[in-house]
Design a protein around this ligand. Structure first.
Ligand SMILES: [Zn+2]
Ligand SMILES: [Zn+2]
Length: 354
């Protein structure tokens, strides 16, 4: 085991206590206890779209847990069997914990890794029940360093790299495979609460040569961003409109509302594909009925799934050479130490750096 820096026995870690209440706490610093582990010092942590709603209490989650999961940083130490990275390397830390060796990981389906409790991730201990630490801290312990960590290419900034832990890869995967199967196909992105994921989907679709990318939203800020990226924009509130006049073979639902989902499904062309990037309140609970009969008659397929953050990372990184530019969506940079009071900042995409 080699150690470049001697970590202090304790460190600072940002804890989510309750909505709008965060605290920096002094906790035990992580230590390497297994040969495949690494310790990474986060240098840039972007705010995942979900983080904002956790912070606001819009998605109620029981506290307390370490916060922040879109991480880029520097390797401080590695276990004796780690060969892929070494101290001093700058790396992306995918937000989901994955082992790299189970059948799911070997198939690239890293969100479903069977070696760890389901939904294991940094900064989201409420979902797996296991605390893996958070990016807004002095250090995180990466349990499967060779499987998880990816070196940051010199062409990519730390802030852009952080978003590739989660949201930028999430946006990329919504369109990449579909555009490979149907080159040039037009894409509709229904924007909304998954703010940056929708915009990353726009970037990825254009980078992957969609002939036409239409972005639909009612947020002037996000519409302006989408326009600047090269999308055609449609200013409309999906709660008031049933569908677009035109229908699209590839549709990305980043609205995260029942109305947005219904709008996206109705705007999907015959035999087309619609993908939702988050679970949504739908059906009777939300008072909105989904157009299942229309989908059946048209042969519309609907995909509802989390990103396989590590599984899709290699292809997303390749795409940063040809147009996927996570830094363009990051609208505000703030000091690391301000995260406890500025997590609810109204920017589309925040990054905390040091
Ligand atoms: Zn996230
Ligand atoms: Zn696994």
């Amino acid at each position: 085991m080699s150690e470049r820096f001697q970590l202090s026995p304790t460190m600072q870690q940002l804890m989510f206590v309750s909505p709008r209440e965060f605290e920096w706490r002094e906790v035990a610093a992580p230590r390497i206890t297994a040969a495949g582990e690494a310790i990474v010092r986060p240098l840039a942590v972007t705010r995942c779209d979900l983080d904002l709603y956790l912070a606001l209490g819009a998605f109620p989650m029981p506290g307390e847990f370490a916060f922040g999961h879109e991480i880029a940083g520097e390797v401080l130490a590695v276990g004796s069997e780690v060969t892929g990275v070494e101290p001093g390397d700058r790396v992306i830390v995918p937000f989901q914990i994955n082992c790299g060796a189970c059948p799911f990981c070997l198939a690239g389906l890293t969100n479903a890794c069977s070696a760890v409790p389901a939904y294991s991730a940094f900064g989201l201990a409420h979902s797996s029940g296991k605390e893996w630490g958070g990016g807004l801290s002095d250090a995180v312990l990466v349990p499967y360093a060779d499987a998880m960590l990816v070196k940051i290419p010199p062409s990519l900034s730390l802030t852009a790299a952080a978003a590739l832990s989660d949201n930028a890869v999430d946006g990329f995967r919504t369109v990449a495979k579909r555009l490979q199967a149907t080159p040039g196909a037009p894409v509709l992105v229904v924007g909304g609460l998954a703010q940056s994921v929708g915009l990353y989907a726009v970037q990825a679709a254009l980078a992957r040569h969609s002939e036409r990318v239409v972005y639909c939203d009612n947020s002037p800020v996000r519409l302006a961003l989408a326009l600047s990226l090269g999308a055609e924009v449609v200013d409309c509130d999906v709660a008031d409109v049933e569908r677009l006049d035109e229908q699209f073979p590839i549709v990305v639902d980043a609205a995260i509302s029942a109305e947005g989902l219904a709008f996206a499904l109705r705007s999907t062309a015959a035999c087309g594909h619609c993908i939702s990037v988050s679970s949504v309140p739908a059906g009777d609970d939300a008072g909105v009925s989904l157009p299942f009969r229309e989908m059946y008659m048209k042969g519309v397929s609907w995909e509802l799934s989390r990103v396989h953050a590590r599984g899709a990372l290699h292809d997303a990184l390749e795409c940063t050479r040809c147009g996927l530019d996570p830094g363009k969506i990051i609208t505000r940079e703030l000091p690391f130490e301000s995260a406890h009071e500025l997590m609810c900042d109204e920017a589309v995409k925040l990054v905390f750096t040091r």
